[in-house]
Design a protein around this ligand. Structure first.
Ligand SMILES: O=c1ccn([C@@H]2O[C@H](COP(=O)(O)OP(=O)(O)O[C@H]3O[C@H](CO)[C@@H](O)[C@H](O)[C@H]3O)[C@@H](O)[C@H]2O)c(=O)[nH]1
Ligand SMILES: [Mn+2]
Length: 760
């Protein structure tokens, strides 16, 4: 304590407000290079547009009027695609020209002036299905956040179980016992990470023997618990002797299905009860299990509905001023993340305008070269600092700390800087007079279906309903109410989760995301309209980079089909190599691919990883985004309703094995997605073969002025990138492209190529 006082005095001498965080920007030289590069690309884009405009086919020797008309349309289509790509590139520039990087001075929080005022923090963990999200995984997340380096009496952990499963409740009950050993162990040995399963699977042994014996004992204790939970999960039944241990199980007597039951709310640990302590006699954080009421006639609004119930329920139990949301598939990897986040909220100069602190979503189940691009590296390392520089990152769900009041719809009206967290204690004193059972009873109503009827919940209050990306939309509206947000990407990653590890899961997840983002664009929340004069133009554009993911599908499909087919027919669509117009095309191709590769490597990726990511972006654009567009439009016309396909967090053994070997998993992917992917790959292959034959044999490579060069290069690139698809057609394992899909794709691609060669 003495030491920290001295530091505080030292601080106050040179600065009345010690800064709790620092913001770094790129150097002037880096910025100038960035700008020059962007300007050069922009000039090339304009030249390409000009070329397309100027050289619309008007007369071509040996081509009759009818054919000329078709060629003109092909040309105009290409022009439209290039206008789109150029426009999309311009929209993405604020993410590159305006980056900032944040660093916290966490040790300053130890100064008494901060330590005494540390706010209560409520952590919300969401789970929805015990089969897809195994209870053992869920409690690892729960334990990791219970063990945060934070005063336990100020920390509460809530689990929302949309699966309404007694298996998950049982696992939570086990966790409420195990934490009495686990938390003191973590604190004593400064263990990282604090998810038991992640910790024990990392190489964590020390040299000291006292540590090793405690380590082994703890590991055994954990494994026994995990075993009990997994056995129960496998059997689908909680053992009777366990049921007898807690009154909470009786609630399931009246549960008919996960979609039809009353609210179940159980306070497993109440940190205010004096005799609830861990093995060392220290207080424990509060732990609450909640399965909100579900009725078939009431829409439950997926994760947003769960979060809103938790916001209300927690407001009567612990009232944390700060709310951290983590999904059950993402554990805390860094015990000081709460303190890191508080460095922003508690900063005396800037804290009062910050609504949320978003951490990146990192993953620990990714193969070496990230076969499915699950890391989203460049987004985490480049895009988010760019959003931050333009006013604040998007809220992307897991790993985000919110100020409670902003989630409740509060405008940023410059809250007074000093008594920000005061309301806390008033409420906790109030509640202390009730017994736990009384408290549970009085709070349940808040999680009932009818509670939200005729209220602003899901609209002006809480997370917004009606959008598959409730997080992005909610973040946007918070920012439009005058709040800032910050992005913190510390050296030791704050959260680690499970990324999809099959092609099918990846594409379905991206369909949900791109569809949700595109819906925002089509709605009244369109960032340009809704954000007008409320957030910076740079931030409006940043949002649109994601909101416009989906429409990229159409020009990409055009580019992947038309130039190859024209190559097959010998119709040139790009300038000759000797033409000066060749230069802007060549410059665009080389510079954008080089810069994307450099960014990828700088973000910690490998060359092969970059190559894999190019492939996956192509797949996403031609399948996920295409269906996102189709479904968004059919929803707009009222033809279909929102759904939320939960990403799978478990994989069968042979699937994981193939993933580790980086062999692409087509087997489980939706047949229509695979058909599109394979057909496109084959059209390019056939066109390349036909095109090369034409160039080398029929035309005998007459000139080096080869007008088809760019098309050959493009087609060759697409073929190379699709190598795993061709292999998938011939593989024998379960993950190959299913035979009927192969047959369909080959027939389709062949017919298209033959039709084009003969028809026109
Ligand atoms: O009815 C539901 C459906 C989902 N969830 C939970 O929502 C979270 C996210 O679901 P997941 O299937 O893992 O989707 P991801 O695509 O991995 O999630 C990302 O994208 C979502 C928006 O699409 C955000 O809500 C998430 O925070 C973000 O991590 C999980 O904890 C689920 O348990 C619910 O609580 N109730
Ligand atoms: Mn997830």
């Amino acid at each position: 304590m003495g030491a920290s006082r001295v530091r505080e005095d030292d601080e106050s001498k040179d600065d009345a407000f010690p800064k709790l965080f620092e913001t770094k920007k790129p150097t002037k030289v880096q910025l100038v290079i960035r700008w020059l590069f962007s300007i050069s690309v922009l000039i090339s884009i304009c030249l390409v547009w000009f070329y397309r405009f100027k050289y619309v086919p008007t007369s071509v020797a040996e081509v009759d009027d009818h054919k000329l008309g078709t060629r003109r349309w092909i040309w105009i289509g290409l022009f439209a695609a290039e206008i789109w790509f150029g426009f999309y590139w311009i929209v993405s520039q604020p993410l590159r020209l305006n980056q900032v990087f944040r660093h916290t001075s966490r040790d300053r929080l130890l100064l008494t002036r901060y330590e005494e005022k540390l706010p209560r923090v409520d952590v919300f963990v969401c789970t929805a299905n015990p089969m897809i999200e195994p209870p053992a995984m869920v409690i690892n997340t729960v334990l990791s956040v219970m063990a945060y380096d934070y005063p336990p009496e100020k920390l509460s952990v809530y689990l929302s179980d949309d699966g309404g499963s007694d298996l998950t409740f049982y696992a939570m009950l086990e966790a409420s016992h195990f934490c009495k050993y686990w938390i003191p162990f973590c604190k004593k040995f400064e263990v990282e990470p604090r998810s038991p399963v992640a910790y024990f699977s990392s190489n964590s042994k020390h040299n000291s023997s006292s540590f090793n014996s405690e380590w082994s004992a703890m590991k055994i204790l954990y494994e026994k618990m995990e075993n009990r939970i997994e056995t129960a999960t496998k059997l689908g039944k909680v053992p009777d002797e366990m049921r007898a241990r807690h009154k909470g199980f009786s609630e399931w007597a009246s549960v008919s299905s996960p979609r039809d039951h009353q609210t179940i709310l159980q306070i497993l640990i109440d940190s205010r009860t004096p005799d609830v302590v861990d093995m060392e006699g220290s207080k424990l954080p509060t732990l609450v299990y909640m399965a909100r009421e579900k009725r078939p006639q009431h829409h439950h609004n997926f994760k947003a509905g769960a979060m809103n119930s938790l916001i209300r329920v927690s407001s009567k139990i612990s009232t944390g001023s700060i709310i951290l949301n983590v999904d059950c598939d993402m554990y805390s990897n860094n015990s000081v993340s709460i303190r890191d986040a508080l460095c922003f909220f508690m900063d005396e100069a800037k804290g009062h305008e910050i609504a949320y602190v978003q951490f990146p979503q990192n993953f620990d189940n990714i193969s070496k070269n990230d076969l499915y691009g699950g890391m989203l590296r460049v987004i985490a390392e480049q895009d988010f600092p760019g959003q931050d520089g333009n006013g604040g990152p998007l809220y992307i769900g897991s790993g985000c700390f919110h100020r409670r009041e902003t989630l409740l719809g509060k405008e940023n009206s410059k809250v007074s800087k000093t008594d920000q967290w005061e309301t806390n204690d008033i409420l906790s004193k109030l509640v202390l007079t009730e017994s736990i059972a009384e408290l549970e009873d009085s709070v349940k109503d808040l999680a009932n279906c009818i509670y939200e009827e005729n209220t602003q919940w899901g609209n002006e209050m809480g997370l917004k309903y009606g959008c598959p990306v409730e997080d992005v939309l909610t973040g946007l509206s918070i920012q439009c109410r005058g709040w800032k947000s910050v992005y913190l990407n510390p050296e030791r990653q704050g959260f680690l989760g499970v990324a999809p590890n099959t092609l099918g899961d990846t594409l379905v997840q991206h369909k949900r995301w791109s569809e949700g983002d595109f819906q925002i664009f089509l709605s009244k929340y369109n960032p340009f309209l809704y954000g007008h004069k409320k957030i910076s133009l740079g931030l409006q554009m940043s949002y649109c980079v994601y909101c416009l993911w989906a429409p990229n599908s159409l020009p990409t499909l055009y580019y992947l089909v038309i130039p190859p087919l024209c190559l097959l027919k010998g119709i040139p669509l790009f300038p000759k190599i000797t033409s000066p117009w060749f230069l802007p095309f060549a410059y665009l191709i080389i510079s954008t691919y080089t810069s994307s590769l450099v960014e990828f490597l700088l973000s910690g990726g490998t060359l092969q990883g970059w190559w894999n990511e190019q492939r996956i972006w192509m797949f996403k654009r031609t399948t996920s985004y295409l269906f996102a567009i189709i479904d968004s439009i059919s929803k707009l016309l009222g033809l279909s309703k929102s759904a939320f396909v939960i990403t799978s967090k478990v994989a069968e053994e042979d699937v994981s094995e193939r993933y580790e070997k980086e062999i692409m998993e087509f087997g489980t992917s939706s047949p229509i997605f695979t058909t599109i992917i394979a057909t496109l790959a084959l059209i390019n292959l056939f066109s390349l073969v036909g095109g090369l034959k034409r160039v080398f044999i029929d035309m005998k490579l007459e000139t080096i002025e080869q007008p088809l060069l760019i098309q050959i290069v493009q087609c060759g690139f697409v073929v190379l990138i699709n190598l795993p698809v061709y292999q998938g057609l011939f593989r024998k394992d379960k993950g190959r492209i299913p035979p009927f899909v192969s047959l369909k794709s080959v027939t389709l691609a062949l017919s298209i190529c033959i039709l084009v060669s003969s028809l026109y």
